[in-house]
Design a protein around this ligand. Structure first.
Ligand code: CA
Length: 231
């Protein structure tokens, strides 16, 4: 399980990031100070660092520079989180050695895609591109889905929805959480849209007498039922 350290002093943002990264199966640690993060990183090195630009104690940019100067962390994947309007600062961020940057406010699905892309490039051994549950296989890289070995064609939204649900089997998501995780939190769509796409996804993956892996939890939302293939 890849480990990610979030260094971010805006608590709502670090909570949102933590929630979404954990839902994708990452092990997450959080620090709200640059100087504290520096100490943590001397003790152990995560597989990826999400580093805010402006931090109390020690700035993200200075921390990035120091990490690049040390042999244990010189190749650590780093994504900088920067505020809008810091174009020249961003260029400095990359010059200081960050692998990538995202500008706040960013969409969570976009950040998740960047995290996966960077981990795949830097640490292919810790990232599995395949999600498997029961007789369903989903390949995050090729965007292919198979059930009992037969390929299933899904629209892009249905694919992301299935990927999101399969990455945390058993976990119940509200419609609002699914909108945030699949559509992005700055996109305004009606919660009933979720039901429409869940319906399409079910139609595509359940043929004949196949068991439905998606569980509707009344009054709560939807979950991927990891027990669907048993019994
Ligand atoms: Ca900050």
């Amino acid at each position: 399980m890849p480990e990610i350290l979030i260094v971010e002093d805006e608590e709502p943002l670090s909570l949102l990031l933590r929630y979404n990264l954990e839902a994708e199966g990452y092990k997450v640690n959080v620090s709200a100070r640059g100087d504290e993060a520096e100490l943590l990183l001397q003790e152990s090195q995560p597989d990826l660092l999400l580093l805010d630009w402006m931090l109390p104690g020690l700035s993200g940019i200075e921390l990035c520079r120091r990490l690049r100067a040390r042999s244990e962390t010189e190749r650590m994947p780093i994504i900088m989180l920067t505020a809008r309007g810091e174009e020249s600062e961003r260029i400095r961020g990359l010059a200081t050695g960050a692998d990538d940057y995202v500008v706040k406010p960013f969409s969570i699905p976009e950040l998740m895609a960047r995290v996966r892309a960077i981990l795949r490039r830097a640490k292919p051994e810790v990232v599995s591109t395949m999600l498997k549950s029961g007789d369903i296989e989903l390949d995050r890289e090729t965007h292919r889905v198979r059930r009992t070995g037969r390929e299933i064609h899904l629209g892009p939204t249905e694919f992301r929805l299935l990927e999101f649900l399969m990455s945390a089997p058993g976990r119940v998501y509200s419609r609002e959480q699914l909108l945030d995780g699949v559509w992005g939190h700055d996109v305004y769509v009606d919660e009933r849209t979720v039901d429409v796409h869940v319906g399409r996804l079910r139609k595509a993956i359940n043929k004949g007498r196949m068991k439905d892996p998606i569980r509707t939890v009344r009054g709560a939302g939807y979950a991927f039922n990891d027990q669907f293939a048993i019994g």
